[in-house]
Design a protein around this ligand. Structure first.
Ligand SMILES: Nc1nc2c(ncn2[C@@H]2O[C@H](COP(=O)(O)OP(=O)(O)OP(=O)(O)O)[C@@H](O)[C@H]2O)c(=O)[nH]1
Length: 777
């Protein structure tokens, strides 16, 4: 039974790969933030509760807060919207850091990897645990760069709620849309934080409109800004009709004034806030029947009498139902608006017990946890981040990994605090834990207490499945399947400094792959070289740097190449016979099949069997036949790229008695390759959806350059003082674009790339690619 569920998990991954076209994306930023030398940080964490003296009792309350008081939260946004700066402020105000980290100075807590500090971007998300006004917040800082989109997806799966951060001068940007869609997919309640209200060009209304239009969300304005850009001073709390001002004598923003708005001192602001509150009440009443009843019954005459708590409770319900999104604003850099954001996180986002995870009913309180991140620590070995859904986790406990069907023992249990970890004796459901000693667990695996508890859960799931097929399948998917892994669009060879170092390189790549499933490694069957496949130029560059820094290996990368695909345009029927004698045994098999275009797009070959093929034969050899077909389609006849959108129909297979199954598979594979070779062939290239944001003055050179890159411009939008060029461009033409764009626009433009589809190359482009390849090799 367990095996069948594992097969389900594996198949599910295959299915995911079939629709990767739409998921896979890559994005290259025009300019890295300041590169600077990495200075190792020494942070003073003595303020961390539980680390002071021997206060075991307080430590106990730290590690096991009531579940209703836990919030598992992520921060998501477009690159540079200010997620890391916001996280740093959150950590500072919650008392866990003593000084304000600064992305620009490279000393943030969550961006703790060396490259992150140097480049100023978040590469790997880090889980951070802290308390705010009696609530335990597990915050996961996710990367904004689309090359690391899998990191975002992986983290979203374990969140109960999220804060979407926006740049007030840009509104909704390309990557915001992607992460918003991912959050929709995982049904995650959200609140929006309009950041950078101090920045020139900041506009609260513009950002709210773009949330409404582009994200198709219903914004609930819980705050209004007091001033914008340079004039930004603070915010108005629409629910309580108070103004929150950060005074200039509190440089770190810790202290602020909260004062009721008065007719005498703030007539205009009061009028504006009253109007906004009335609109908010009407919006909430439209979305929540219970609140609508209350308002109609008791407060229809005067909304001012409606207590803030009643409104807040209804907003909490609406946020949970994802019927609308509360919107707040501030400036993380200028230390304004962060404390109310923390209040909103505790007030409006759900606790773990408010989230309905269907698969929990199968475990009946037994341990069930999901591994969402693996890190390799030189001293401690693999560190696995787990989200505990039910039961309790304890160190020295043997646990069962459902996906890998293995039992292993963790040695230590830690509470994650970026690169600081506190050792703890147990951790209950709802929390995020860090474990030491799990050597086989990889990202996306499900952990339970024992094999028998896994079997019990499987039985429950099957029973549930019979009753309600749909929801059980959904739950199985959640329980067992790994994270959907987009197919890489770039690849290159990687070589160790000497052959003797090949095993070290293999080890490093194995560890990195366990951490980052979007990194693919394969061997070139012809040259025997190791091939690195990644999500983008930056992704591969970072992996290269990590191998050097973390594993001490100076490796050499070959030129970066685009991952093309191949297909066929007509059907070809062919036969092949394999006749080989090994020792005293004769292996003889004859195959007849047809290869042609599939009716619909499919990454894997669509396989069919002619009626003449007997059931008996299929029962005995279907698996090896299909293995042969799949392996033949991995390397197309033109470039050796994977073949897609192809249908294979098997007409006959004649197997001589005593022939080994490996020979059957080899013959099928050879026959498919023969058919593919004979057919009319077509190369498919990755077509990227491109969005370039550029100052109006630089628009012309950007457009002229794109025209030379086979770009197809769809639309040019106006965003504040900038133009946003939206279109499509083949990936092969956009390699190294960041440098070109930087030169063309004096570093002022940014761009986002996302894989749109694989498109057929024109005969002319296809020929020139083939000529180029044949002259290179
Ligand atoms: N003016 C202004 N700048 C800000 C604000 N918040 C962040 N920034 C700046 O914006 C840049 C990006 O900030 P980060 O916090 O690194 O943004 P991020 O979203 O974490 O970026 P990635 O990790 O690369 O996705 C930095 O130069 C910050 O100093 C703000 O409130 N106002």
């Amino acid at each position: 039974m367990l095996t069948s569920l594992k097969i389900f998990a594996v198949n599910h991954q295959k299915i995911c790969r079939m629709h990767i076209n739409t998921i896979c994306c890559c994005r290259i930023r025009t300019s890295f933030k300041r590169l600077k030398t990495c200075v190792p940080l020494i942070r003073n964490y003595s303020s961390l509760p539980g680390l002071i003296g021997n206060d075991v009792k307080s430590l106990h309350s730290i590690i096991n807060p009531p579940i209703a008081k836990i919030r598992n939260i992520g921060i998501m946004a477009h690159i540079d919207a200010g997620k890391t700066t916001t996280t740093e402020r959150i950590l500072y105000y919650s008392g866990y850091t003593r000084s304000l980290g600064d992305v620009d100075d490279g000393d943030t807590v969550t961006d703790f990897m060396a490259q992150e500090r140097e480049r100023g971007i978040t590469i790997q998300s880090a889980a951070v645990t802290f308390d705010w006004k009696g609530y335990r917040i597990n915050l996961i800082d996710t990367p904004g760069h689309v090359d690391f989109t899998l990191e975002v997806e992986r983290c979203l799966r374990v969140l109960d709620g999220a804060v979407a951060v926006f740049d007030a001068s840009a509104g909704v940007e390309a990557q915001t849309l992607t992460v918003w869609r991912q959050a929709d997919k995982h049904k995650i309640p959200r609140i929006c934080f309009v950041n950078k209200m101090d920045k020139t060009g900041a506009s609260f209304n513009y950002t709210v409109e773009s949330i409404r239009k582009k994200l198709k969300a219903k914004p609930l304005l819980l705050q209004l800004p007091i001033g914008e850009a340079k004039a930004f001073k603070g915010v108005v709390d629409v629910v309580s009709k108070e103004k929150l001002l950060w005074t200039s004598n509190s440089a770190d923003g810790k202290d602020f004034e909260r004062k009721p708005l008065l007719e005498k001192s703030d007539p205009e602001l009061l009028k504006e806030t009253t109007e906004a509150r009335n609109v908010l009440i009407e919006q909430v009443a439209d979305l929540d029947d219970e609140f609508a009843d209350l308002v109609l019954r008791e407060f229809s005459e005067n909304f001012d009498l409606l207590p803030a708590e009643k409104l807040q409770t209804a907003i909490h319900r609406i946020t949970l139902a994802q019927a609308a999104v509360p919107v707040l604003c501030g400036s993380a850099l200028k230390n304004k608006g962060i404390q109310p954001l923390l209040d909103a996180i505790t007030m409006y986002l759900p606790s773990p017990e408010e989230c309905k995870y269907e698969f929990l009913q199968w475990h009946k309180g037994d341990l069930c946890a999901l591994a969402f991140k693996v890190l390799h620590d030189k001293q401690r070995g693999p560190l696995v981040f787990l989200r505990i859904y039910s039961g309790t986790l304890k160190p020295q406990l043997a646990i069962h990994n459902i996906n890998r069907n293995c039992t292993e023992r963790m040695s230590r249990l830690l509470l994650p605090f970026a690169d600081q970890h506190i050792e703890i004796p147990s951790l209950a459901a709802g929390n995020i834990a860090l474990t030491v000693g799990l050597k086989h667990t990889a990202t996306g695996d499900t952990i339970v207490s024992s094999k028998s508890s896994a079997l019990a859960a499987v039985r429950q799931a099957e029973r549930g499945g019979k009753k309600n097929r749909q929801s059980s399948e959904e739950a199985e998917r959640l329980l067992l399947a790994g994270v959907e892994i987009p197919e890489p669009v770039f690849f290159c060879t990687i070589e160790p400094p000497s052959m003797a170092k090949q095993p070290d390189l293999d080890h490093a790549l194995k560890c990195l792959q366990r951490e980052d499933p979007s990194l693919k490694v394969r061997l070139d069957p012809d040259s025997g070289q190791t091939i690195l496949c990644g999500m983008g130029e930056l992704h591969i560059e970072i992996i290269h740097e990590r191998i050097k820094r973390e594993y001490g290996l100076e490796t050499y990368l070959g030129p970066l190449q685009v991952a093309y695909r191949e297909t066929v345009l007509n059907s070809v029927r062919t036969t092949d016979t394999l006749d080989r004698t090994l020792g005293d045994k004769r292996h003889l098999v004859t195959v007849e099949l047809e290869a042609g275009p599939a009716e619909a797009t499919s990454v894997v070959p669509v396989i069919a069997y002619a009626e003449s093929i007997s059931e008996d034969l299929l029962q005995a050899s279907q698996e090896v036949i299909e293995n042969g077909i799949h392996s033949a389609c991995l390397q197309g006849p033109l470039l050796g790229s994977p073949v897609q959108d192809v249908a294979i129909t098997l007409h006959s297979v004649i197997i001589h008695p005593g022939t080994s199954m490996t020979m059957v598979s080899a013959c099928v594979s050879r026959c498919v390759q023969k058919a593919l070779k004979k057919a009319e062939k077509q190369i498919l290239e990755p077509l990227m959806h491109l969005e370039v944001t550029v100052a109006t003055d630089y628009l012309s050179p950007v457009l002229a350059d794109l025209a030379q890159r086979r770009g197809n411009i769809q639309e040019i939008q106006t965003r504040q003082d900038n133009k946003v060029v939206i279109g499509f461009v083949p990936l092969a033409e956009i390699m190294g674009y960041s440098t070109v764009l930087r030169t063309l626009t004096s570093g002022s433009a940014t761009f986002a790339l996302e894989l749109s589809t694989y498109q057929a190359m024109s005969p002319q482009d296809q020929n020139s690619l083939l000529n180029q390849r044949s002259s290179t090799f």
